[in-house]
Design a protein around this ligand. Structure first.
Ligand SMILES: Cc1cc2nc3c(=O)[nH]c(=O)nc-3n(C[C@H](O)[C@H](O)[C@H](O)COP(=O)(O)O)c2cc1C
Length: 157
């Protein structure tokens, strides 16, 4: 069903405007993927079923980016693969650098740090301190937590 839906969307808008996030073995909210053989067969079939379209990217959430299944999915996809290790630890600048230096991904997905730091690109480029995300405002309505995280003051030299 995912493949059929993805292909229909790609046909409608152009595959270069499509991408997909998969989270093999993420095991949250009662969705349990504990059978390795089944997980591998499922996600291999999914990736093989869309790779020929050349979507813009494949985003993978997995706690171990070096996992053989994950790197096999990356090879099968053939295009840019974005990695994120999930909620266990907040993605750090060092994590992102390591994933790229070890060639485990073509790019790294960042969640909480980018929510809390509207100028994250600059802060990571210059290795500057970060705001921490306020969990109380995540998944809530209103502007709080969306538009009120401070930019880092530019210090006059
Ligand atoms: C507010 C919020 C919403 C998210 N929504 C989704 C989602 O809809 N689908 C998904 O696959 N991951 C979602 N994520 C997970 C992120 O893509 C990422 O895996 C997670 O935040 C861990 O990365 P981090 O340590 O950089 O925050 C969400 C994360 C946050 C904080």
């Amino acid at each position: 069903m995912v493949i059929e839906t993805f292909r229909a969307v790609a046909e409608a808008v152009g595959a270069e405007h499509t991408a997909i996030r998969i989270s093999p073995e993420h095991n949250i909210q009662g969705v349990l993927e504990n059978d390795r053989a089944d997980v591998t067969a499922t996600y291999t079939a999914l990736v093989d079923g869309i790779a020929d379209l050349k979507p813009a990217y494949l985003s993978i959430l997995h706690k171990d980016p070096a996992d053989e299944m994950i790197q096999d999915l990356r090879r099968r996809f053939g295009g840019p693969v974005l990695l994120n290790t999930g909620f266990g630890t907040v993605t750090s600048r060092e994590d992102a650098i390591m994933l790229l230096e070890e060639d485990l991904a073509d790019a790294v997905v960042v969640g909480r740090p980018v929510i809390a730091n509207p100028d994250l690109a600059r802060r990571w480029q210059e290795d500057l301190p970060l705001n921490e995300v306020d969990q109380a405002t995540v998944y809530t309505n209103g502007a709080a937590g969306y538009t009120d995280y401070a930019l880092l003051e530019t210090v006059a030299s």
